[in-house]
Design a protein around this ligand. Structure first.
Ligand SMILES: Cc1ncc(COP(=O)(O)O)c(C=O)c1O
Length: 428
């Protein structure tokens, strides 16, 4: 008799089918020490080079950020305030962070959430009501897909960064039907940018509003680190700016910035804001500090880009096709699950930690070695990583796998039937 858990076995059987010899689920959920910081981590007495977190600017361990959290913890405990924002969780720290975010984003208002995922999914879910529509890029982060699935309106997906597809879908909607376009600023897996100038043109032409989740762009792109909208000079045309504090800010939580009109509504109806405990005060205070430092220390962003350049030039010089990534993450796509074996070898033989990514976060039939340089790495760290990847390539056919997969990324044919949302929708 079939039961509800049959799909669990089917999932793993499908994984084994594509991954063959490289099937290695244990590479995920490796145990790391609590002191898992950049650039080096000590595990069991051995030091590892860590090129695997999204603490792009290295702010997670900045002494001023730590101090800002510690002061609040020492006085008030770790989890306080323990109420939801509309109850007893609305402190001066939350209001201060929202005020500073509005200045940074140049918006009328901001809301701080206890999770980036809840900020994005909750915003889309509550904003798109009955008889309204949301158009989501097929490669957007899973939380945008979740928001689209949860909303009461109609959801459609357009092919990744395909403006013709988006326009043809917008055209089918009556002009006076309220609609939202939801995209990432920087796509976390393909590391390309949403073509915001063209999207802005379309949103104006077809009477839509625009939501940009710039989790990966903020602090990294733009002359002042204000992310993808600043990079393209379209900040004022983005109606809702979403993001996480768990990347460049080096802390935890998420936010949405926009008009007071929109945010006063979200504040009262989004379960991700209303029905959940407020972001702890220690994290909120630390985030106020990291936002200040992000703006005061452009040299961190410059160092980040210098390290990224060294890593990418080095990988290209030894023959890898890493595409033309525009954000801070550098990915080596491979066929099947070869990346899992490579990541294990990098860790065990070279004492370097990078991330493996496989389906369903990337298209079925591919996997990625995902490397995240940061401002705290040195040029020598990048050279060490390149040399280790070359050494791994001499043992497994990484380069061949990369060349086979890289040319197909974005168009790769899933070997099982999957919807855009399930193929790429959980991309991180
Ligand atoms: C594009 C994007 N949006 C949202 C999130 C979720 O943010 P959080 O980790 O704060 O829930 C992530 C995190 O990986 C992300 O990459």
């Amino acid at each position: 008799m079939p039961d509800i858990f049959d799909k669990c076995d089917e999932f793993w059987n499908r994984m084994k089918k594509v991954t063959g010899d490289h099937f290695d689920p244990d590479i995920f959920f490796r145990q790391f020490p609590v002191t898992n910081c950049l650039p080096n981590v000590e595990i069991g007495g051995t030091e590892y080079l860590q090129v695997a977190t999204n603490d792009y600017l290295g702010l997670a361990t900045h002494p001023d950020v730590i101090e800002a959290a510690t002061v609040i913890c020492a006085e008030n405990g770790v989890g306080t305030p323990l109420g939801a924002r509309p109850l007893t969780g609305n402190t001066s720290l939350h209001l201060k962070l929202e005020e500073e975010l509005s200045k940074f984003r140049r918006t009328e208002a901001s809301l701080v959430f206890n999770l980036g995922l809840g900020a994005m999914s909750g915003t889309i879910a509550c904003m798109v009501g009955r008889k309204e529509r949301v158009f989501v890029d097929a490669y957007a982060h899973g939380c945008l897909h979740d928001g689209a699935r949860l909303c009461k309106g109609e959801a459609s997906w357009f092919a990744h960064n395909d403006m013709d597809d988006l326009e043809s879908q917008l055209k089918e909607c009556p002009l006076d039907q309220p609609k939202l376009i939801a995209v990432d600023g920087v796509y976390g897996m393909t590391v390309d940018l949403a073509p915001l100038p063209q999207i802005v043109e379309l949103k104006k032409k077809y009477n839509a509003q625009l939501f940009v989740d710039d989790a990966h762009g903020t602090g990294v792109l733009g002359a002042n680190g204000r992310g993808t909208p600043e990079h393209f000079g379209v900040e004022d045309d983005v109606d809702l700016h979403g993001g996480t504090f768990a990347k460049s800010f080096g802390t935890f939580g998420g936010y949405v910035c926009g008009s007071k009109r929109a945010l006063d509504f979200i504040k009262f109806v989004s379960p991700g804001f209303m029905l959940t405990k407020a972001l702890p005060g220690c994290i909120t205070n630390a985030t106020i500090k990291s936002l200040e430092l992000m703006q005061a220390m452009p040299e961190r962003r410059h160092q980040l880009w210098e390290n990224i350049g060294i890593l990418r030039d080095g990988l290209r010089d030894v023959g890898f096709n890493i595409g033309d990534p525009k954000g801070a993450v550098t990915s080596i796509f491979t066929r099947g699950a070869m990346a899992l074996s490579a990541v294990r070898m990098l860790m065990e033989e070279h004492k370097i930690i990078v991330n493996p990514v496989m389906y369903p976060a990337v298209p079925y039939g591919t996997s990625i070695i995902r490397m995240t340089a940061s401002a705290l790495h040195s040029p020598e760290d990048m050279q060490r990583l390149i040399a280790a990847i070359v050494a791994v390539s001499s043992k497994i056919p990484l380069l061949e796998g990369n060349l086979a997969a890289a040319s197909k990324v974005g168009t790769i044919t899933p070997e099982v039937e999957t919807s855009p949302a399930s193929t790429n929708g959980s991309a991180r």
